[in-house]
Design a protein around this ligand. Structure first.
Ligand SMILES: [Zn+2]
Length: 165
């Protein structure tokens, strides 16, 4: 999904998703959305994009992608230059000349795989695709904070005027 989105588009979609969540819950126009998303069991827009990247990695790991991608995206176990390309347990990112190339499938795949937490990485082999997606979604939503962490937050003070005193 995110593979086709530019950075600017992600900000726009994120803005509209927040707006929709506030409208759904009949909340104030500027209220924090993390708590609302947690209550509704919904992902933030950039987390939906991250989930798509992780899903892509799961499919590659389990050879569930077309042959073109299997040949393009080598894993540790089937890389013929295993020792050359492996740096401290990570795949080497391809050298790029332009920032734009960071949006390429190969670059994003390797970056996602290298940055993936050990917990998720273990689930690549043990969980089905649906089980993996459900696990990632639930753990991500669970990490959202329902309470505001800003000291003297302008928005929260105006929603609960007595809470600040
Ligand atoms: Zn706040």
């Amino acid at each position: 999904m995110e593979l086709s989105f530019g950075v600017g588009n992600v900000k726009i979609y994120s803005f509209y998703k927040k707006k929709a969540v506030r409208a759904l819950t009949n909340s104030k126009y500027n209220c924090h959305t993390s708590g609302l998303l947690k209550k509704l069991n919904l992902l933030k827009f950039h987390d939906i994009c991250a989930l798509c990247d992780l899903t892509f990695c799961h499919k590659r790991f389990n050879n569930a992608l077309p042959q073109y991608f299997l040949d393009l995206l080598l894993l540790f176990r089937d890389d013929p230059h295993y020792y050359e390309t492996r740096i401290a347990g990570q795949l080497r990112l391809p050298l790029i000349k332009h920032e734009f190339a960071k949006q390429s499938i190969k670059y994003r795949f390797i970056k996602t795989l290298n940055n993936m937490s050990m917990t998720y990485r273990e689930k690549l082999e043990t969980h089905s695709l649906d089980g993996f997606k459900k696990y990632v979604k639930n753990s991500t939503v669970a990490s959202y904070s329902a309470d505001c962490s800003f000291k003297n937050c302008y928005i929260c003070i105006n929603v609960h005027p007595t809470a600040s005193s």
